[in-house]
Ligand binder design. Structure first.
Ligand code: FAD
Ligand code: SIN
Length: 539
């Protein structure tokens, strides 16, 4: 016996993309939102710096468009960049009016304006923020809105296992594991949105929390969706060295450099001016590679981020989260330089979508970090990902709402006990401490760090391909606990990173291959992979 649920819209993931979609689409029908941990646990919750939008009088969507397109290194899709940068200001104001407490100030006439931060690659101050815990404020603001909406049912601690397709290949729901009971639930829906976030946990060092295991990309791939541009992985230059908090490296926001902090070698040399005219505010990939080069040249495990020359009062007020967390760990950032190293942060690629967030599988939408809308191309401009999640979830809601309206009767959210061929009871956490799973995960993370990290080589990528195949075969023999399934999803998503990287024998944006150090015009296009090509089913 297992549970079957029905809803018009199934949403998988409760970060920015899943919550915004649920909020918007609830006007059109019933929404069931499943999320694998407690509702606030997401990458969104840890975002610090803010959300980019051209809201100031000296800025324009056109300038934001140009900055985003330039950063995308020839692969960003101009029409998507245009629509996202144009829709951004209105939606950010809407978030504010819903109660997200972005920092503002009043001018001489009493008019209220957003206080704007600065990050690399942006020619204007355009980062709307709530101190340095913007993501948490957005997450909690949207959760409040969604929780009070009677048309949205939220199921926490529910792990989506796989998508369900009907005989025509249309997505008609998903299987989810209720972690508290071990029961599998079959969710039937007219439309499904994947909003499962990133996959940072595939690398040894990451800013991403434990939920970031590439589940959505793996599920989409298994369902036959086209996957694009997975080779473009962003390594954030400045994560705190030497401390891990619940499986992730603590981020020291780029906004700290935006306020004037300087990267130095351990003997005090400010090295960034030697790498790029924009020095400490050069694009992230340039800064991350510069740090990797300095560490290789000079040895040592970290460099220093020096904010000690900045006004201590302002520093504490602007970055309360960073200054208090560092202080708890024994570093007073107003007096001591912060030891930092790069860490895996964001994957630009994902499930390929069009400009309405539709994937190649009918009935399946994807938005946010698990999707590849074409906004970022080969490199992501700082603070453009919350923006993408917001705008693309909004586009998805508009399109999906129309699809459901076009169908006949309304399916109110309901739950029933059904006899199902898929009915199984799993032991959700039984293998969480299984030494074998832990060991396989560690081997995966080390291999990805070494071979699919900041700087790659042909031989390293080929080695990664081999090791992932070996790990994949070992993981097949595991059971069906959440830890087992997450490991298999991480392996599937990592394989897509490596396969995409092997198909790009050039260096462009975030993908840097030492054997092909320059861009090559022949590869100025997306890398697209699908299951039918990589794992064709036997004839
Ligand atoms: P997420 O917010 O990651 O949400 C994914 C959701 O899916 C979670 O609820 C998760 O539990 C759920 N989920 C995953 N798998 C399953 C499954 N199998 N079953 C059920 N549920 C599942 N971007 C910016 O633009 N500005 C910033 O300042 C910024 N700072 C950042 C700082 C940090 C430390 C990190 C890690 C990222 C930062 N980013 C920033 C990136 C940005 O936060 C993310 O790209 C964005 O929040 C992704 O939103 P999302 O809705 O796509 O996914
Ligand atoms: C940061 O605060 O540096 C992260 C911003 C981002 O990833 O967009």
């Amino acid at each position: 016996m297992s549970v079957e649920r029905k809803a018009d819209f199934l949403v998988i993931g409760s970060g920015m993309a899943g919550l915004w979609f649920s909020h918007r689409v609830s006007r059109q029908g019933s929404v069931l939102l499943v999320t694998k941990k407690e509702d606030s646990e997401s990458n969104t919750n840890y975002a610090q710096c803010g959300i980019a939008a051209a809201v100031s009088s000296d800025d324009s969507a056109q300038l934001h468009y140009e900055d985003t397109l330039r950063t995308g290194a020839g692969i960003a899709h101009p029409e998507v960049v245009k629509l996202v940068t144009e829709a951004g200001p209105g939606l950010v104001r809407e978030l504010f009016s819903l109660g997200v407490p972005f920092n503002t100030y009043a001018d001489g006439s009493g008019a209220e304006h957003f206080d704007l931060g600065q990050e690399g690659g942006h020619r204007r101050r355009r980062i709307v923020h709530a101190h340095d815990f913007t993501g948490s404020e957005i997450e909690h603001g949207l959760l409040k809105v969604v929780r009070s909406n009677r048309d949205v049912t939220m199921l926490e601690e529910h792990f989506a296992i796989d998508l369900d397709l009907d005989e025509d290949g249309r997505c008609c729901g998903a299987l989810a594991l209720d972690k508290s009971t071990g029961c599998i639930e079959l969710v039937r829906a007219r439309v499904c949105l994947l909003a499962t976030g990133g996959m940072g946990q595939a690398w040894l060092h990451t800013t991403n929390p434990r939920i970031a295991t590439g589940d959505g990309v793996a599920m989409g791939y298994r369902a036959g969706a086209r996957i694009a541009d997975m080779e473009f992985v962003q390594f954030h230059p400045t994560s705190l060295y030497g401390h891990r908090i619940e499986g992730r490296a603590f981020l020291i926001s780029e906004a700290v450099r935006g306020e004037g902090a300087i990267l130095r070698t351990r003997d005090g040399h400010a090295f960034m001016p030697g790498y790029h005219p924009d020095a400490d505010l050069a694009p992230r990939d340039v800064v991350a590679r510069a740090i990797a080069t300095e560490l290789k040249l000079r040895g040592g495990d970290y460099v220093l981020l020096d904010a000690t020359h900045l006004d201590p009062k302002r520093l504490r007020a602007r970055f309360p989260n960073i200054s208090e967390t560092c202080l708890r760990l024994g570093i007073d950032i107003t007096r001591q330089p912060i030891p930092v190293v790069p860490a895996a942060h964001y994957v630009c690629g994902g499930i390929e979508t069009n400009d309405r967030a539709e994937t190649s599988v009918p009935g399946l939408f994807a938005a946010g970090e698990c999707a590849c809308s074409g906004l970022h191309g080969a490199n992501r401009l700082a603070s453009n990902s919350l923006l993408e999640a917001l705008v693309m979830a909004d586009r998805a809601a508009e399109r999906a709402g129309g699809e459901v309206r076009g169908q006949k009767s309304d399916v109110r959210s309901q739950k029933s006990e059904v006899q199902s061929s898929k009915s199984r009871v799993l032991s959700p956490e039984s293998a969480a401490d299984d030494a074998h799973v832990v060991e396989l995960r560690r081997r995966l993370q080390e291999r990805m760090w070494q071979s699919a990290g900041i700087v790659r080589t042909d031989a390293g990528l080929a080695e990664a391909r081999g090791e992932l195949a070996t790990l994949g075969a070992e993981a097949e023999g595991l059971g069906s606990s959440v830890a087992d399934m997450e490991l298999r999803n991480l392996l599937a998503a990592s394989r897509l990173v490596v396969e995409c990287a092997l198909r790009r024998p050039e260096s462009r944006g975030l993908h840097h291959n030492e054997d092909h150090p320059k861009p090559d015009d022949r590869y100025q296009r997306d890398t697209v992979i699908s299951r039918s090509e990589l794992d064709p089913s036997p004839a």
